[in-house]
Design a binder for this molecule. Structure first.
Ligand code: G6P
Ligand code: MN
Length: 445
């Protein structure tokens, strides 16, 4: 079975390959094709993968190409993990937004809109090519902003594109652990959009244990989201939000923390990865060791400014070991082998959240088998969460419309309607600032 990875020179590809190496079952991936627009990055990642595979019998064969169509032909699965504009672009997204006093994060607020505006046209081109060259392939989208990009691709691929994120699984795992339960045995009642969802219940043997957690300040202080949001606020909400909601509920503090930081997240990763890719180009440097060290540093500093602003301390050791590759592999296996699984995924709504239309991509627990991912029915969100979800979905729709029409006015509307952008004038300046620095936004006339 052939798996194609777009963004194959990306830093997190060895996580996926490491998970493939552990898969010994019948029907597993035997051939991996890495596609990237940058041959140098492909060579660097090739060295890491070769070291990972050394000594592993029947390791999946790996091929590399900069030809997208060749990469797609014959693929059973396509993982799409691209970064349009690179980490330099991510750092620019943050800088332009923070200078206007708004958030530049790659998925939330102004930064997410800017990143979406330059990613959607590329993702749509990929989706069209998949539909033409590999119509039976399943596309698993990792590319951020994941919900928006998945929705853009779903207009060409229908339910054959599924978006993934590891943050809901990580959250569920942390809550289960805090309650002394095994994550596998817990049913997590989670719904929303990508990076904009809430755990409203966690049932173990049919019993909702979330009230017990919310009532106990010691338990709430024992895991990341508990410390990030604080016991009082979580009790007021009666739910545990995804960590990305820290950018909404504590927006002022988050913006200030990133303005005052020595470097933004994007700038930190840009510099860190520049060192990594330059280092691996030296054949004397042990590639896998350097990759491991770089990855550990990346994990340890994830959302550091938010945690610092909240006084939440360091991340737990158990939270440092990824999880994103596990979601992707579990999804691929469930489809390829028709092994029923329940996973929280980004799929079309189809009536799951009544205020949104059927084609809106949401993040929700799904039953997965060979026929794809099917959202389970969930309780409605409370008013304030529905309001946020609808507002952000409306913004996403403006981004999709601007990407399709090339209308600058529509791009301004996308920024201006976002709940975290506080003036139409700010939105206008953001469009000016972003189009001035991003060649990928030249299409906005
Ligand atoms: C989490 C998020 C992903 C994000 C990743 C890495 O897993 O859910 O969407 O890509 O963290 O974040 P970083 O800031 O290290 O790029
Ligand atoms: Mn994510």
């Amino acid at each position: 079975m052939k798996l194609t990875i777009l963004g194959g020179g990306g830093f997190r590809v060895p996580l996926v390959y490491g998970a493939l190496l552990k898969d010994r079952a019948e029907g597993r991936v035997t051939r991996v094709v890495l596609h990237d627009v940058d041959a140098g990055r492909l060579r660097a990642i090739a060295r890491v993968l070769a070291e990972q595979a050394s000594g592993v019998p029947d390791a999946p064969e790996v091929a590399f190409t900069t030809d997208l169509d060749e990469a797609l032909r014959g693929a059973a699965f396509v993982f799409s993990a691209i970064r349009v504009g690179g980490l330099e672009g991510r750092a620019d997204d943050e800088r332009v937004a923070l200078a206007e006093g708004v958030l530049g994060q790659e998925t939330v607020g102004a930064g997410g809109i800017a990143y979406g505006l330059r990613t959607v046209p590329v993702a749509v081109d990929i989706a069209r090519r998949v539909a033409r060259l590999a119509p039976d392939a399943w596309v698993i989208n990792f590319t951020n902003p994941a919900g928006l990009v998945t929705e853009a691709m779903s207009r060409h691929l229908g339910d054959r594109v599924i978006g993934i994120c590891d943050s809901p699984v990580g959250l569920g795992r942390r809550i289960a652990r805090a309650l002394g339960a095994r994550p596998r045995e817990a049913w997590i009642d989670y719904v929303g959009l990508n990076h904009l969802g809430w755990v409203r219940g966690l049932r173990i043997a049919g019993r909702d244990e979330l009230p017990r957690l919310l009532a106990d300040p010691v338990l709430l202080g024992s895991f990341e989201e508990g410390r990030l949001f604080g016991a009082d606020w979580l009790r007021s909400l009666g739910a545990i939000p995804n960590e990305y909601l820290h950018y909404y509920y504590f927006n002022r503090e988050a913006v200030r923390a990133y303005q005052e930081a020595e470097r933004t997240r994007g700038a930190f990763l840009r510099d860190q990865q520049a060192r990594f890719y330059a280092g691996v180009a030296d054949p004397g440097v042990p590639a896998l060791e350097l990759w491991n060290r770089t990855r550990a540093e990346r994990e340890a500093t994830y959302m550091a400014e938010n945690r610092e602003a909240a006084g939440a301390g360091e991340r737990e050791a158990e939270d440092l070991s990824g999880g994103y590759e596990d979601v992707a592999l579990a999804l691929m296996r469930a489809i390829a082998r028709d092994e029923r699984a329940t996973l929280i995924l980004n799929v079309r709504n189809r009536g799951t959240l009544a205020p949104l239309d059927a084609d809106a991509v949401i993040e929700v627990p799904c039953l997965v088998d060979a026929s794809g991912a099917h959202p389970v029915s969930v309780d409605p969100l409370p008013g304030h969460a529905t309001g946020l979800v609808c507002a952000v979905k409306a913004v996403e729709r403006e981004v999709l419309a601007a990407a399709r029409s090339g209308s600058r006015a529509t791009a301004v509307k996308a920024f201006a309607l976002h709940p975290l952008v506080d003036s139409v004038n700010v939105a206008r300046r953001l469009v000016d600032g972003y189009t001035a620095v991003h060649p990928g936004l030249a299409y906005l006339g």
